[in-house]
Design a protein around this ligand. Structure first.
Ligand SMILES: NC(=O)c1ccc[n+]([C@@H]2O[C@H](COP(=O)([O-])OP(=O)(O)OC[C@H]3O[C@@H](n4cnc5c(N)ncnc54)[C@H](O)[C@@H]3O)[C@@H](O)[C@H]2O)c1
Length: 336
């Protein structure tokens, strides 16, 4: 519906900027905020109104939500592994920030609020994760996401705002940070191999994951703005095939780059979930979810994007709050 006004938190981020682009293409008015702790400023679409505002700054954020119809809350410190060592930093931008955005949205009469959660909420449940499982998050990031979901449902239901929760898998695609040593395994592997450097693999590398290409995630997310069947629902978004190990992922990227792979192997990260994969049945049923980009195609697009933008040194831009010998050497000794 043109005339719809959308506000995207984390609009300089990877997913938020793609959602903003697609909303603009739909004819929606788009604005958003970001504090630039992650993401890239040049991700923000030219036709979106950008505010450099922290979601924890309630006074600055609240007026920005006046006359907004739909909020996509994408802002987060999306650092699952790091959350074990910097729980305060990570959760303040997930739990406290979410309560601020939800409260501001309710106070300004926003109609619908869509929260981007994470499959970290499922933790050690058996795969594939289904939405009816009792969450069992294993780290502060997952605990924060699950808490944020409950805050949203509670506050929204009390005050009469429509809500929905999207639970994406690992997402890949252009605009993802690739110079951040704390997250985004695909981007890190590509950035390192393009520099002729061997990647680091934590543990035995047989941890298994699924990866979605960003456009395949944005399609169902866009429907969540207008489709009433998603209201009050938690919906996984991500493919439930091409479930691969980190070793296979590294080998696939190396093959696409014609790189001779001999990865560094270091200790498994504390609290890392071994198998993580969601069922997409509910998204198929409610949102017509139908991924179109196979993993290798997506990896090739990312390789082209990082190559054309240029490889970058990794920036160890976040502090370890707890540096007690349990943190991976890649972070405590800044190996990347
Ligand atoms: N990328 C994935 O694989 C993935 C998978 C599942 C869920 N998610 C979720 O999707 C959302 C977007 O993730 P992404 O990959 O685009 O990450 P991203 O880091 O690229 O984007 C998040 C943006 O939020 C901003 N931000 C963080 N804290 C903020 C705050 N307090 N105030 C304002 N802005 C703030 C960051 O600067 C960043 O630009 C996150 O909620 C993440 O948890 C991502």
């Amino acid at each position: 519906m043109s005339g719809t006004r959308v506000f995207v938190t984390g609009i300089a981020g990877f997913l938020g900027s793609h959602i903003a682009d697609r909303c603009l293409a739909q004819g929606y008015g788009v604005s958003g905020c970001d504090n630039l702790i992650g993401g890239y400023l040049d991700n923000v679409p030219a036709h979106a109104v950008f505010h450099r505002v922290d979601c924890n700054d309630f006074k600055a954020l609240s007026p920005l939500l006046k006359d907004v119809d739909v909020v996509y809350h994408c802002a987060a410190t999306a650092y699952e592994g790091l959350s074990v060592f910097s729980p305060h930093l990570v959760t303040q931008n997930i739990v406290t920030a979410t309560s601020g955005v939800v409260s501001a949205a309710v106070s300004k009469g926003v109609k619908r609020f869509i929260l981007c959660s994470s499959m970290a909420r499922y933790g050690t449940n058996a795969v594939p994760f289904t939405e009816d499982m009792v969450p069992a998050p294993q780290d502060p990031y997952g605990i924060g996401k699950w808490s944020a979901e409950q805050l949203l449902a509670n506050i929204a239901e009390t005050h009469g705002m429509e809500w929905a929760v999207a639970v994406p898998h690992n997402i890949i695609g252009p605009r993802q940070r690739y110079d951040d040593p704390y997250r985004n395994v695909v981007s890190i592997f590509i950035n390192m191999m393009l520099q002729g450097r061997q990647p680091y693999i934590y543990g035995d590398g047989n941890q298994k994951r699924c990866f979605s290409f960003v456009s395949d995630v944005v399609d169902p997310l866009l429907r969540m703005a207008t489709d009433n069947c998603c209201v009050g629902e938690v919906i996984n978004i991500g493919p439930d095939d091409e479930f691969i190990t980190i070793n296979e992922l590294a080998a696939t990227i190396a093959r696409l780059l014609d790189f001779k792979l001999a990865p560094h192997r270091i200790a498994q990260r504390p609290r890392e979930v071994y198998f993580a994969n969601c069922s997409a049945s509910k998204a198929r049923r409610l949102l017509g979810y139908q991924p179109t980009i196979k993993l290798e195609e997506g990896l090739a697009v990312m390789i082209d994007w990082i190559s054309s933008r240029g490889v970058r040194p990794f920036s160890h831009h976040l502090e370890l709050e707890i540096d007690n010998g349990l943190a991976p050497k890649t972070w405590s000794e800044k190996l990347l």
